[in-house]
Structures are given as structure tokens and as C-alpha cells.
Design a protein around this ligand. Structure first.
Ligand code: PMP
Length: 362
């Protein structure tokens, strides 16, 4: 490896990713624990069979039907009516955000975010040769608007990336912080709403700001609320001009015909999936209350996971939970651990294991 003429910044770097272990209870990557319904499976299988008959041809490069259905979903979910031309789709919101940095970042340009946050952001920056800068979040993981504006003035970023709700903390960012950042910069403001369907009542989506914020991009995904992580479908909503720029950097035919077909089917089943989302939100609140009840600190969460702590040796707690068959994530600031909300059975298994583990570690 070291003999290869690789870029200096990639030398010795390990590929990113949480461990994929075969464990009875997997609560480590914020997946939706509920598999698609049999009805969705049957409808998707029919759509795939139809699509496979045409796989000698390239897919619709513009993914027009899918983007039209995504726009319809956003209207139903957030009450924001967008034209198909204002929506873009790609292989997960990871690819969406890489395309954003390909288009708006690059050598001599800076991307800014606020830590702790999603650990892929610096990788998009590295891979597009964009300078990466992080400001700090407050102790409660919120972003202080004044601190954020100072960071913008200091670093003059071309792209500001804000996850709301944030991973790994679950923190939602108030919309007035987003508007203040948009006003303070000439760059793009990306609100990554991967977990937004799990937000608590009264927290509006940044989609509501699109009409009068031309440099705002809202990134979303079907991986979480839609329980569709394996299909790899992410999408963005923005002005038509912004989407046109993303269309310049995308690879031709980047989204396979099979992906487009199954995503359209999943969107037809959105109502069934939303009932599961409501259940997961309740489970999340119950889990946070339970963790607080046993004396732990818990970050307020608008997502489908909870960050909790603090532990003098979080690795030891993580390891012991794994020994009890429960895989969670060792991430975020030192002392904290993150657990995804699972099925009621999985959450019970986690709680029982944690009680045992805490006995061992106190
Ligand atoms: N944004 C955030 C904040 C995430 O946590 C994740 C996945 N863990 C993603 C984006 C990427 O999701 P996907 O590529 O599956 O859409």
C-alpha cells in the first residue's frame, strides 16, 4: 500500500465504517429495526421484475419519476410544495453531500461544521480537496448562533454543513440559526435532515425556508424513516439552479434502474412506514427517560437514537454490552455512547444488558 502513488492525505487511512458484526441485537448504525411489510416486498418484487426486463438499457439519467414522487412526499410530510426540478436523488445522502462538495467545495475552498457531528463530513471534504474546519457546539450540543457566526466570519466557508437532528447527539438546530448562517455567508448552507421524520412535534423542517433562501440545500434520506438503508436512496431539495449544478457533477446514470424502481414503490407505502416512525419516536422518549431514571446523562434527541453517558471507560462498557450480545456505537465525545432505537424486544434486551454491565463496572 505504501509503495503505491496514493494521495498523501489517504496514506495509512482506514476505510470509514462501524463494525458489521453478527450479533443478536444490532443497535449501532441508526437503522430502522422494522423490515418492509410483505405487501411492500411483493410490490417491490413486481417492480424489480419489470425493471430487470429493461436492464439492457441505461436508467433514466434524471430519475424523473422518483424525483416527482419525492417532491409529493415532501409536500405531504412537511407541507412544502416543490417542483420536481427542485429535488435531486442519489445513492444515499452520503452521495448527495459528496456531490454538494464536488460542486461547491474544492481546492482553496473551506467547508465548516460544528462538532461533535457526523463523522463522514470530513471525509467528503478530504475526498474533494476541500479544507475542513469545525466550530464547537455548547455543552448541551446546541449551536450557539453567535459562536457560529464568528466561525463563518473567520473561515469564510463555501459550504456550511449542519446535521439537524445531529448525529451522534440527536440535537435539532432551530431554524433561526439556519437563517442567521445563511445571511452571514455567501456560501451554501446544507441542512442534513437524515433523521428529521423522528423530530419532536413543533420542530419545523428547513424545507420551509427554501422559498426565500436561495443558497440553502436540505439533504434527506430514505435510509432511516423509510427503513430503506439497503436500497441506498438519498435526496436533496433546493432551488432549481442549485439542483442544476448538482446535475453537472453527478456521474452519468448514477442511480440504477432497480434503485429508482424500488424507491418509487417504497414511497407508495409511506403511510405504513410513518406509523412505525411514530412508534420509534415513543420508544426513543421512553428509552431516554429510562436512562435518566437509572442516573445517566442523556442528550435530548429528535432522532432515532440516544447519546448517553458518561462513563470513565466507555470502551469497557461498549465491550461488555457486546459480550451480552448487544452492539451499540462508541462515538461522540469521550465518555458517551450512542444507542439506536430498536424494536421493543431489542430495546428491552439493551436495557437488561446495560443493567448487568453497570453492575460489573461500578
Ligand atoms: N447524515 C447523517 C447525519 C447520518 O447519520 C447518515 C447515516 N448514518 C447519513 C447522512 C447518510 O445516510 P445515507 O447515505 O444512508 O442516506
Amino acid at each position: 500500500m505504501t509503495d503505491l502513488p496514493i494521495r498523501d492525505e489517504l496514506r495509512g487511512v482506514e476505510p470509514y465504517g462501524a463494525p458489521q458484526l453478527d450479533v443478536p441485537v444490532c443497535l449501532n448504525v441508526n437503522e430502522n429495526p422494522f423490515p418492509p411489510s410483505e405487501q411492500l416486498v411483493a410490490d417491490a418484487a413486481r417492480a424489480v421484475a419489470h425493471t430487470v426486463r429493461g436492464l439492457n438499457r441505461y436508467p433514466d439519467r434524471e430519475a424523473t419519476t422518483l424525483r416527482e414522487r419525492l417532491a409529493g412526499y415532501l409536500d405531504r410530510e412537511s407541507g412544502v410544495a416543490l417542483r420536481t426540478e427542485q429535488v435531486w436523488a442519489a445513492n444515499g445522502s452520503n452521495e448527495i453531500m459528496l456531490q454538494i462538495l464536488q460542486a461547491f467545495g474544492g481546492p482553496g475552498r473551506t467547508a465548516l461544521s460544528f462538532a461533535p457531528t457526523y463523522s463522514m463530513y470530513p471525509e467528503y471534504a478530504r475526498d474533494t480537496s476541500t479544507r475542513w474546519v469545525v466550530g464547537r457546539r455548547d455543552d448541551d450540543f446546541s449551536i450557539d448562533a453567535e459562536t457560529a457566526l464568528k466561525a463563518v466570519a473567520e473561515h469564510q466557508p463555501s459550504v456550511i454543513l449542519i446535521a439537524s437532528p445531529n448525529n451522534p447527539t440527536g440535537t435539532a438546530v432551530p431554524l433561526d440559526t439556519v437563517t442567521a448562517l445563511h445571511e452571514a455567508t455567501d456560501g451554501m448552507v446544507v441542512v442534513d435532515e437524515a433523521y428529521t421524520e423522528f423530530r419532536r412535534d413543533g420542530v419545523p423542517s428547513a424545507l420551509t425556508l427554501l422559498a426565500d433562501h436561495p443558497r440553502l440545500i436540505v439533504a434527506r434520506t430514505m435510509s432511516k424513516a423509510f427503513a430503506f438503508a439497503g436500497a441506498r436512496v438519498g435526496y436533496a431539495a433546493a432551488s432549481e439552479q442549485v439542483i442544476d449544478v448538482l446535475r453537472v457533477v453527478r456521474l452519468p446514470y448514477h442511480l440504477s434502474a432497480v434503485t429508482q424502481a424500488v424507491a418509487v414503490v417504497a414511497l407508495e407505502h409511506a403511510a405504513e412506514l410513518q406509523a412505525r416512525v411514530a412508534q420509534l419516536r415513543e420508544e426513543r422518549d421512553a428509552l431516554a427517560a429510562w436512562l435518566r431514571g437509572i442516573g445517566l446523562e442523556v442528550a435530548d434527541s429528535d432522532a432515532n437514537f440516544v447519546l448517553f453517558g458518561r462513563f470513565a471507560d466507555r470502551h469497557a462498557v461498549w465491550r461488555s454490552l457486546l459480550d451480552h450480545g448487544v452492539l451499540i456505537r462508541e462515538t461522540g465525545p469521550d465518555g458517551w455512547l450512542r444507542v439506536s432505537v430498536g424494536t421493543p424486544e431489542e430495546t428491552t434486551a439493551f436495557r437488561e444488558a446495560l443493567v448487568e454491565v453497570l453492575k460489573e463496572h461500578t
